[in-house]
Design a protein around this ligand. Structure first.
Ligand code: SF4
Length: 895
């Protein structure tokens, strides 16, 4: 279905909907329905840069698989009928079982205005705090750590600090892939003035490639390392005694806790060598301008909050906080995780950084909202919430903009819970997700490009997300949906919003209520913002209190914490290893995370053939010695299994993986692969303070998938159903690409091919085949006239064909029957070298091209490869991978 472009289109300033860097985007709808995308040169997060995901945003706005109308039990209906039913079922549950019997599960994808209305409806009117968010899976430990140390959920620094620092320590962060534009700012600073970079991560990643020091510690041992660092600072006189005594409290308890963490103990717990540990400690101690960036590797842990506080302890002990080029720095995974925190959109928060547990705060919020009641105790955090759905305590659940059947731990249990829940509402822009299947009512939401509101990035910068496309079908904003339910539940005046600007103004006004500097979050300067000013709102950093100039850029250089005595708190952080231990049955530690070109469950990035060309199939990274032990060879399929579930993924055998650990990406769903939802493997063990699940330390075992055949196929049409024990499907430029495998071979591959791709055959179809029953090889290519319509490559071992060549052949014309037959080779002829897997998405430069440029053009630097092939010269997201390829080639030359 074509997009509906705006009349007289011009570039609209908006914000990227992916990671927490929050880059400014210029989006221009074109006459043909496409959208031209560029970086906003005036946005303070990115100054015009975008990463590969941001640049491909125009390829993700099609209406394929959009939910366009409200559905009840799968049948189209009108908004009034759907909303009446939702309000009625929520009211019935509350009347019969009380307010704790209903819940909202929302998302860091929501805009602040959506989040605000959801939180107001649940906490202020329904009277329960059962609203939690997928941000619980992302950064709840940072929130908890900040609150313990600072008395508030404050990120003290700004992005510029990474450029001003002399040392940047990246803990549990693959910044190069997960926050690429911020990483590029750091790399540019390193090139300019030699910033030292230390990466603390069990895996070797694109981020660690260019680091001065990579500490590949035992998974989950970060607290031991930072306790050791604090002990080292104490022992070597590296403390800022003035800062500690003037602005902080409880240093003694933290120092006593770390007293036993000498180098030998840290070596024992982290698995690092004494030399590595000393090098890090000495570098940190000697570098006054140091920033510690942390992300999911820290947060997604059963000791996540302690990890955050162990890091903050070291910064407060050295007074390295709130000054240019210093500070602990949490970077969020989601585009509006920070906005959700600001409105209090989590089960244990109130609104505008007020406390649910404080009577005074509850009174302020309730009287501002003029609400009949207010939640007086924390609600259910994500894992507990789905437990309550499963055991029947929750009778009505509303899920907005998220896909918990993929992203939650113990995901199969979450699926069972949803299927048993008496009433499930899902608001989403996408029709088919793993979660929408279980909705009694489906409500069509706006997607990026149609949404209008604000988001807050990791450095407290609030930016507008502006609509540049019309709302398709009957889709409506999430805030509108919730306001309509609020009205139908009887609170007409309290939810009578006409637009997002009114909600933002109310949120801004509330942030100033009873504040006077007692809380960090204050944007009351915008409390009377008019619609036109909201439309023109420029990115700004909070706080911006009313009646005063915005003066604060950073927090806590001179104390001023938000604790009762305004002193920062040191927290004693005893070391605890991950909850689940490996055993002879489950000997490997499973780590999960993102890949460069995908976002969450791929409902958007999965639409872009260019992005899928980078990595098109779910995989498990495994060290060669572990692979040998498990009898799994590179490119074979592996079954990864825990006590909760199993997945089947491609084995990627690499020395980048630490021995005893494996890595599986988080993105693949049941829509894109037969069994690759990694959440199904993970236990729902959580951090006791933050409630954040441990997503990076699950004991698993692995074994070979018993494959009698492997296949790779390309086709213009996606099969309705793939008849294979293993499959993974991804879009290609002119169709689809599929990996498949099965336990028993077909007796007639041609018939199988025709059943799989019935629509590929056309009246003018011709076929080329190759069959070698001795080796189990079968190849077939079907042409519509001279155009390749489908091809299948079958082998008894992993299929060795050039995926990029075969995928790009789709839709091309091949007139000569000899050339058609040659396609069955699955690789280009000599005149057209094989590009290999795509590394640079912008210029579609493949791995093999880079290897050839290194060998023949003697390209020894990333810039030299860029000069030869353009690779890495646009968004720069692939530069770390190019560096990796250069270093591998160099190592091979030496050996
Ligand atoms: Fe979007 Fe990339 Fe910027 Fe993140 S770094 S906000 S994904 S363009």
């Amino acid at each position: 279905m074509p997009l509906e472009p705006q009349p007289n289109p011009k570039a609209v300033r908006t914000t990227c909907p992916y990671c927490g860097v929050g880059c400014g985007v210029l989006a221009k709808p074109l006459a043909d329905g496409a959208v031209a995308i560029g970086g906003d040169p005036d946005h303070p997060a990115n100054f015009g840069r975008l990463c590969s995901k941001g640049l491909a945003l125009g390829e993700t706005v099609s209406l394929d698989d959009r939910l366009l109308h409200p559905l009840i039990q799968g049948k189209p209906t009108g908004w009034d009928t759907a909303l009446d039913l939702v309000a009625q079922r929520f009211c019935e549950a509350i009347t019969a079982y009380g307010p704790e019997s209903v819940a909202f599960y929302v998302s860091g994808q929501l805009l602040t205005e959506d989040y605000y209305v959801a939180n107001k409806l649940m906490k202020g009117f329904i009277g329960s705090a059962n609203i939690d968010t997928n941000s619980r899976l992302c950064m709840a430990s940072s929130v908890a750590g900040h609150k313990r140390a600072f008395g508030s959920d404050t990120v003290p620094g700004v992005y510029e600090d990474l450029e001003l620092a002399d040392l940047v320590v990246l803990v549990g962060s693959n910044l190069a892939w997960c926050h690429p534009v911020l990483f590029q700012r750091l790399v540019a600073a390193k090139e300019k003035h030699g910033t030292k970079i230390v990466v603390i991560d069990p895996r070797a990643t694109a981020t660690s490639e260019g680091a001065d020091l990579h500490l590949a510690l035992v998974p989950g041992s970060d607290v031991a390392l930072f306790n050791g660092l604090l002990a080292h600072l104490v022992k070597t006189g590296g403390l800022d005694e003035n800062y500690i005594s003037a602005f902080t409290a409880e240093f003694g308890a933290a120092a006593a806790e770390v007293a036993g963490f000498d180098i030998a103990e840290v070596t024992r717990l982290t698995g690092l060598t004494a030399r590595e540990i000393e090098a890090f400690f000495e570098l940190f101690a000697a570098t006054a301008k140091s920033v510690t960036v942390f992300s999911q590797g820290v947060n997604q842990s059963s000791a996540g909050t302690d990890k955050v506080n162990a890091i903050i302890n070291c910064h407060m002990a050295t007074g390295r906080i709130g000054r240019p080029g210093t500070g602990p720095f949490s970077v969020t995974g989601q585009p509006n995780a920070m906005g959700g925190r600001e409105v209090g959109g989590m089960a244990n928060m109130l609104a505008v950084h007020m406390e649910l547990g404080e009577l005074k705060h509850r009174g302020l919020v309730q009287s501002f909202w003029r609400s009949p009641r207010i939640a007086a105790k924390p609600g259910l955090k994500a894992v507990d919430l789905f437990d309550a759905v499963g055991d029947g305590r929750i009778k009505a659940l509303w899920i907005m903009g998220t896909n918990p059947i993929v992203s939650m731990p113990d995901a199969d249990r979450v699926r069972a819970a949803l299927s048993a829940c008496p009433f499930v509402v899902v608001s989403d822009a996408t029709l088919h997700t793993d979660t929408t299947v279980y909705a009694h009512v489906l409500l069509p939401s706006l997607a990026w490009g149609e949404k209008d509101g604000t988001v807050t990035n990791s450095e407290r910068c609030i930016s507008r997300q502006r609509a540049f496309l019309s709302a398709p079908g009957e889709s409506r904003a999430d805030w509108w949906q919730m306001a309509e339910i609020g009205k139908r539940m009887g609170w007409v005046d309290s939810f009578d919003y006409c637009n997002a600007a009114e909600i933002f103004a109310e949120h801004a006004e509330l942030s100033g209520v009873g504040n006077g500097g007692s809380r960090d979050f204050d944007i009351s300067a915008h409390r009377s913002i008019a619609r036109t000013d909201y439309d023109d709102l420029q990115p700004f950093q909070w706080p911006q209190p009313a009646n005063s100039q915005p003066a604060v850029t950073r927090f806590f250089a001179e104390g001023g914490f938000f604790t009762p005595d305004r002193r920062g708190r040191f927290i004693a952080t005893p070391f605890r290893p991950p909850m689940a231990e490996t055993s002879s049955r489950f000997p490997f530690v499973l780590n999960t995370g993102r890949v460069r070109d995908q976002w969450h469950t791929m409902t958007r990035t999965g639409k872009s053939a260019r992005l899928m060309a980078h990595i098109a199939e779910p995989f498990v990274e495994i060290h060669p010695l572990d692979a040998h032990k498990a009898d799994i060879a590179d490119a074979e399929l592996a079954i990864v299994e825990s006590r909760h579930g199993r997945i089947i993924v491609r084995a990627l055998v690499t020395e980048r993986q630490r021995r005893g650990t494996v890595f599986v990406p988080m993105h693949w769903t049941d829509i894109q692969a037969s069994a690759a939802r990694v959440g199904a493997l993970i236990a729902s063990e959580t951090d006791p303070v933050s409630g954040q699940p441990e997503l990076k330390a699950m004991p698993v075992t692995m074994r070979q998938f018993d494959a009698a055949w492997y296949a790779f196929a390309v086709a213009r049409e996606k099969p309705d159903r793939i008849s294979a024990d293993y499959w993974a499907v991804a879009p290609a430029k002119h169709g689809w690409r599929m990996e498949m495998a099965g336990h028993s071979a077909q007796s007639d591959w041609r018939s199988w091919f025709e059943t799989q791709f019935p629509r590929a055959a056309a009246p003018r179809a011709s076929i080329q085949t190759y069959n070698d029953s001795a080796t189990g090889q079968f190849r077939i290519a079907l042409f519509d006239g001279s155009e390749l319509a489908a091809a299948l490559f079958v082998a008894s071992i992993p299929v060795a064909v050039s995926r990029s060549f075969a995928a790009e052949a789709l839709g091309r014309k091949f007139e000569d029957p000899r050339v058609q037959f040659a396609l069955l080779a699955g690789r280009p002829g000599q005149a057209e070298p094989d590009r290999g897997a795509i590394v640079c998405s912008c210029f579609e430069v493949g791995h093999n091209q880079i290897v050839r440029a290194i060998a023949t053009n003697r390209c020894e630097t990333v810039s030299a490869v860029g000069a030869a092939l353009q690779a890495g010269t646009n968004c720069g997201s692939c530069r770390p991978e190019i560096a990796q390829i250069i270093s591998v080639q160099r190592a091979q030359l030496v050996s």
